[in-house]
Design a protein around this ligand. Sequence first.
Ligand code: MG
Length: 290
Amino acid sequence: MNLPKKVQIVEVSPRDGLQMLPRFAPTKEKVRLIEALSEAGFKRIEVISFVSPKHVPQMADSDEVLNAIKPLKFEKMALALNEKGYKKAIEAKVDWICYVLAATEQMSKRNANTTIADSVQVAKQCIKEAHEAGIKVRASIAVCWVCPYEGKVPKERVLEITENLLEADEIAYNDTVGCAVPNDVYELCSTAKKSFPNVTFAGHFHDTNFTALANIYAAMTAGWDVFDSSIGGLGGCPFSPGASGNIATEKVFWMLDKMGIQTGINNEKLKEPITLAKKIEQNYGENLKE
Ligand code: MG
């Protein structure tokens, strides 16, 4: 079986996990979670997003979070959806920009109020400007398998978008609604890998229908070795109905560890961020009844 010996787990809970919480989590609790994740051995963490605080109020303290974690030794990734967002991320001197676009017009419209063609152009501009500033870019394509508005997504469309983004340092395929199944994942991931052998691909799978681990396994057999997950399974996507359920980091870690695949994560030190994530979810995860 042709499996990778090493996998990088990109921890996304501080951004993707927390952004949906209905009540604002204090900056110092977010910072403590990030510190604990760094201590557990994660080498890249998606820590914040530069999006409108009107749409995602939970990320309104992005600058404060970033300032507080500056001395920590891991690559800090920030999400952006448009020109304003990526310019802020460049200004903030993050290590990685995760520039999100979508594989369907409906999702593109609802998530970022743009078209696929326009978002590809802005992504290319983002890659160019970020590279000039010494910042890496992940081009992150939402709804690569199933779209909540358009249904099954043709793989040719995802490959065509990929072809336009080859200057990116990494291209991520997202199962935003958690409806992808392993045979479809293998088909798209192996075709992408064969078509673009020099690209580093990353998989972002949701566990909404309990297929995320199977999908990660399918992508690994296609030669992929970077995967996102969120400690405690925090979060999902606020603009994608029914998309709760980032795959929990501890589940991904357990599987990879038992398979003998290195991740650089310390099992003992995973306990603290799990506890912190659960506490944050308990304290800020429920809507207050008024
Ligand atoms: Mg997610």
